[in-house]
Design a protein around this ligand. Structure first.
Ligand code: UT7
Length: 326
């Protein structure tokens, strides 16, 4: 008997407003051609005035609960990955806990690993479940990333978008300890703080005593992303003793279609086996993987029993992967 965290539901929420590359070309010196060629992005969603990270996270969470036929009180814990909380504190997760009607049941907290946040949250929830401390968990990636952007900086403001995705994990003791088990088969987390200056926000309570904007050395982050993502993918395949041909879908963090293509090539995966949403979501940081997963589940590409590989790299630098049998 092996305890696994089975993924029983996933859902997402995207704000109504869509910002196209041409809209951005009216704000900064850029073009649809440059953005599309260098990143694969054509458009992204943007939160409405007053719409907060917790609002988006709550909508995704309620949809995931509805799909699973569950109520808020059926959840023991919320692990919410975000870089853009409503406030410095309390955690955005406790607002979601209240709004989905969990009352005082269980606990809720935020995690911060920027674009790798969802993989880090998934791994954390998986470990709580395996330890027997949590039976059912909501794992959410939610971002209001457009609020962190300097709208005069064309090197960053064209890249990011807003949205939220949520999955529900449930303890399942019917596993046999093999790769055929349903649920999370393994997670792999890494960070290297020496590279924290490649991608960061230039503000915060203990430094500038204020907020700040995203600053990125895009070329260097790109180089690390290609290297680290293929390393962590290989580590995942090796630990599970599987061949990349067994993977039904790669569900990568959506930062740049060129980074995603390079990882897929290294895995020998054709483009049909890669879930790509960066073209219409942009980079939604911690929300990008659950948003992509929900899209592929909803349109029927990913179904029960499929083996999927998630991977991400973000500021920190942080990077990680998760292998999941749906
Ligand atoms: O999610 C977290 C992880 N993040 C990532 O993985 C992002 C990784 N990095 C990237 O995706 C790419 O590096 C970018 C898309 C950010 C940039 O693409 P690039 O091919 O690395 O371009 P670059 O930064 O080397 O810039 C090339 C040129 C520069 O002009 P010069 O110096 O060659 O004259 C830039 O000033 O493109 C210019 N440029 C732009 N031009 C039009 C930069 N941004 C823009 C823009 N529109 N928006």
């Amino acid at each position: 008997m092996t305890r696994r965290s089975k993924l029983i539901s996933c859902a997402s929420y995207l704000p109504e407003k869509i910002l196209t590359n041409n809209d951005l070309a009216k704000i900064v010196d850029t073009s649809d051609e440059w953005i599309a060629q260098r990143t694969g992005i054509k458009s992204r969603h943007m939160a409405a005035e007053g719409e907060k990270t917790s609002d988006m996270a709550t909508k995704a969470a309620l949809r995931a609960l509805e799909k699973a036929g569950l109520k808020g009180t059926d959840i023991d814990a919320i692990f919410l990955a975000t870089t853009t909380p409503d406030q410095v504190f309390p955690a955005t997760a406790v607002t979601v806990q209240d709004k989905i009607g969990m009352g005082d049941k269980g606990f809720a907290f935020d995690l911060q690993a920027v674009c790798s946040g969802f993989v880090f949250a998934l791994a954390t929830a998986d470990n709580f479940i395996k330890a027997g401390q949590v039976k059912r968990a909501l794992v959410i990636g939610a971002e209001h990333f457009t609020s962190l952007l300097d709208w005069n900086d064309r090197t960053t403001c064209v890249l990011f978008g807003d949205g939220a995705g949520a999955v529900i994990l449930e303890a399942d003791d019917s596993g046999k300890g093999t790769k055929e088990d349903r649920g999370i088969l393994s997670t792999h987390l890494h960070s290297e703080g020496a590279h924290r200056d490649l991608l960061y926000v230039n503000g915060g309570p203990s430094s500038t005593k204020s907020g700040g904007h995203v600053v990125m050395n895009g070329r260097e982050v790109f180089r690390h992303a290609v290297k680290r993502m293929s390393e962590v993918v290989e580590e995942t395949l090796k630990e599970n003793n599987i061949d990349s041909s067994e993977i039904k879908y790669l569900v990568p963090h959506q930062a740049n279609s060129r980074i995603i293509e390079s990882t897929a090539q290294k895995l020998n995966l054709s483009s049909e086996k890669v879930v790509l949403t960066v073209d219409h979501h942009g980079n939604t940081s911690a929300a990008s993987i659950p948003l992509a997963l929900a899209e592929a589940v909803e349109d029927g590409r990913i179904a029960e029993g499929d083996l999927i590989l998630m991977e991400a790299l973000g500021g920190g630098l942080t990077w990680g992967a998760a292998l999941v049998r749906m």
